[in-house]
Design a protein around this ligand. Structure first.
Ligand SMILES: Cc1cc2nc3c(=O)[nH]c(=O)nc-3n(C[C@H](O)[C@H](O)[C@H](O)COP(=O)(O)O)c2cc1C
Length: 496
C-alpha cells in the first residue's frame, strides 16, 4: 500500500474514534506569522483600492486610485492582497487576523514568497510576504534567485522566463497543533483556496498565471532556506503578461510511493511525495472514470445545468476582500440557475468568464452534489459531469439529517441547499501520480472550493468549506467504495 493510501486510511474520522482526540492545548498554539524584521520592507498597502486604507486607517492615497492592470506594483499589491491578505480581525485574548482565503480552524498554515526577476518597484530577488503590514520583506537580492527557481522547476519555460513567481509553502505545525495527522489534508486544501484567489485575481488584473507543482522539492525548499522539518513548498505560480504560453511547461509530475506504518505520517507523506532532482516522466491523465459509476448506478435522472456567466467576474477583488465563510444557513431553496452558475465557476467552465481553472490531478477528481433544496431539481445525490455541466442522479432523496450527521453533526451540512463533495479513486490516482497525487487532489479541491465560495457569495448566497466529515459515512451516502477518498465538502445555501 502506498503512503498516501496508508495516510488517508489512518486519518479518517469515524464516529467510534472521533472522541479519542486528546484535546487542544491552547497554550501551545504556534503563531500564524513568520517574524520578519520590517526594515527595508516594500509597502504595498497604499495601492489597495479601499477607503480608508485598512492598514493605516487613513483616507486612501492617490496610489489607491491608480489603474492596476498588468505588470505594475499596484497590480501586484492587489493580487497579493486577494491571494492571502488580512481582511478582518477577530478580537479576543488572542486576536485572529482573518485572511482573504479561508482556513480550517482559522490557523493559516500557508506562507507566501515572491521570486522577482523583473517587476516595477521590486528589485530582483526573494521576498517574504508580511500580511499584517501588507509589505514585502527582502530576503535575498539578485536575479539568480529567479534562475534557480527555473532550474528547480526542471527548466519549465514559463517559470524560467516569468518576471515574477509566487511560491506557496505550508508550515505544518500551525495546523498539526490542532488537527494532528489529519492536518496535511487541510494544509493542502487551505493552500488550494489561496491558489484559487491568486489565479482569479491574476486573470482580473490582466496577468497570465501558470500554476505548477512540478518542481524538485529539495531545491525549492533550499532556495527559500526552509527548515524542511517545519515547512515545505507546495505550489509555484509564475506570472506574466497575457500571451502565448512558452514550452516546455508542466503542472503535474508523478513522485514515487513510500511506505510507513507508524506516526508521524504527515511528515513521511510529505517527504515521500517530493520529486527528485531528475525530472520524472509525466503521468497519464485520469479517464474521468464515469463508466464504472454508470455501471454501478445507471443514471436514473440527468439535469443539464445552464453554465452562465457568474456575477463574480465583475467584482473579483471586492468579493474576495469581503468574503467570509457562512456560519449558518436557513433551509430555503436556491435556484437551479444560481447553482448552475456557481458550479460552472467552480469547475472553470468557459461560460463563467473567470479564466482558466487548472486541474493538477487532472481527471482523477470526481465531484458529487447532494441536493437538499434546489428549485426544479429533485433532491438526491448527483454526479457532476463537468464538461456538459450535467447532474446525473446516483441516489434518490437524502435526508438533511444524514448530511448533517456526516459533517460531524455540523448544522451547516443539514441546512445547506446543496453540498458539493469532491472524491477520488485514490488507488487509481496513486498508480499514476505516486504519493504526490495526494497533495494535488487536495490542492485542486481547495482551488475549486474557493471558486464555489466566491461565486456563491456573488450570487447573494452563502458558502462554507467543510474539512471535518466522517469519511466512510460520506462514501456510503454517495454509494462509492470506501477505498475512494473523500477530499472536501462545500456547503452552499441561503445564509441565516
Ligand atoms: C479546508 C477548510 C476546512 C474547513 N472546515 C470547516 C468545517 O468543518 N466547519 C466549519 O464551520 N468551517 C470550516 N471551514 C471554514 C473556516 O472555519 C473559516 O475559513 C475560518 O474560520 C476563517 O473564517 P473566514 O473563512 O470567514 O475568513 C473550513 C475552511 C477550510 C479552508
Amino acid at each position: 500500500m502506498s503512503l498516501a493510501l496508508t495516510y488517508h486510511e489512518a486519518t479518517k474520522y469515524a464516529p467510534e474514534t472521533i472522541g479519542g482526540h486528546p484535546g487542544i492545548d491552547w497554550e501551545a498554539q504556534p503563531s500564524a506569522f513568520k517574524e520578519y524584521e520590517g526594515g527595508s520592507a516594500i509597502d504595498l498597502s497604499r495601492f489597495l483600492p479601499f477607503d480608508p486604507n485598512p492598514f493605516t486607517g487613513e483616507p486612501a492615497e492617490a496610489d489607491a486610485h491608480l489603474p492596476a492592470k498588468g505588470r505594475s506594483l499596484a497590480a501586484l499589491a492587489r493580487l497579493i492582497y486577494a491571494a492571502y491578505g488580512v481582511t478582518g480581525l477577530l478580537r479576543g485574548s488572542r486576536p485572529t487576523f482573518l485572511r482573504s482565503a479561508p482556513s480550517a480552524g482559522g490557523l493559516y498554515p500557508a506562507e507566501l514568497y515572491l521570486v522577482v526577476r523583473d517587476w516595477p518597484g521590486v528589485p530582483p530577488g526573494l521576498y517574504g510576504y508580511h500580511p499584517r503590514l501588507h509589505a514585502l520583506i527582502p530576503l535575498w537580492e539578485g536575479v539568480e534567485v529567479a534562475d534557480h527557481l527555473g532550474t528547480a522547476c526542471y527548466g519549465d519555460a514559463e517559470v524560467a522566463a516569468a518576471p515574477l513567481a509566487l511560491v506557496i509553502t505550508g508550515v505544518f505545525e500551525r495546523s498539526r497543533w490542532r488537527y494532528r495527522e489529519r492536518a496535511y489534508r487541510r494544509i493542502c486544501l487551505d493552500t488550494g483556496h489561496l491558489l484559487g484567489n491568486a489565479l482569479l485575481a491574476a486573470h482580473d488584473l490582466g496577468l497570465r498565471a501558470h500554476l505548477t507543482t512540478a518542481f524538485h522539492d529539495d531545491a525549492v525548499d533550499a532556495l527559500l532556506r526552509l527548515d524542511q522539518d517545519q515547512e515545505g513548498a507546495l505550489a509555484v505560480v509564475a506570472l506574466d503578461l497575457p500571451g502565448e504560453a512558452r514550452r516546455p511547461r508542466w503542472m503535474t509530475l508523478p513522485s514515487g510511493t513510500g511506505s510507513a506504518d507508524a506516526a508521524p505520517l504527515l511528515d513521511t507523506l510529505h517527504a515521500a511525495s517530493r520529486l527528485p532532482a531528475q525530472r520524472p516522466r509525466p503521468a497519464p491523465h485520469g479517464d474521468g472514470q464515469e463508466a464504472d459509476l454508470h455501471l454501478r448506478h445507471g443514471w436514473s435522472a440527468a439535469v443539464a445545468l445552464q453554465p452562465g456567466p457568474t456575477p463574480l467576474a465583475e467584482e473579483v477583488l471586492h468579493t474576495i476582500a469581503g468574503r467570509r465563510s457562512t456560519r449558518a444557513f436557513v433551509p430555503d431553496a436556491i435556484t437551479a440557475e444560481a447553482l448552475g452558475r456557481i458550479l460552472a465557476a467552480g469547475v472553470g467552465h468557459p461560460a463563467a468568464g473567470l479564466g482558466p481553472a487548472p486541474a493538477l490531478a487532472s481527471g482523477y477528481l470526481r465531484t458529487f452534489v447532494v441536493i437538499h433544496s434546489v428549485m426544479g431539481i429533485e433532491p438526491g445525490v448527483y454526479y457532476l459531469a463537468p464538461h456538459g455541466l450535467e447532474l446525473r442522479r446516483v441516489r434518490a432523496e437524502v435526508p438533511r439529517e444524514a448530511t448533517q450527521e456526516l459533517c460531524l453533526g455540523q448544522e451547516l451540512g443539514g441546512a445547506a441547499a446543496a453540498v458539493v463533495v469532491h472524491t477520488a479513486d485514490l488507488e487509481a490516482a496513486v498508480r499514476h501520480g505516486g504519493d504526490r497525487i495526494y497533495r494535488l487532489l487536495h490542492l485542486d479541491a481547495g482551488l475549486i472550493g474557493e471558486r464555489l465560495d466566491l461565486s456563491a457569495l456573488a450570487e447573494g448566497l452563502g458558502a462554507s468549506g467543510i474539512g471535518g466529515f466522517y469519511d466512510d459515512r460520506t462514501t456510503d451516502l454517495i454509494g462509492i467504495p470506501r477505498s475512494h477518498a473523500v477530499l472536501y465538502l462545500t456547503t452552499i445555501g441561503v445564509p441565516g
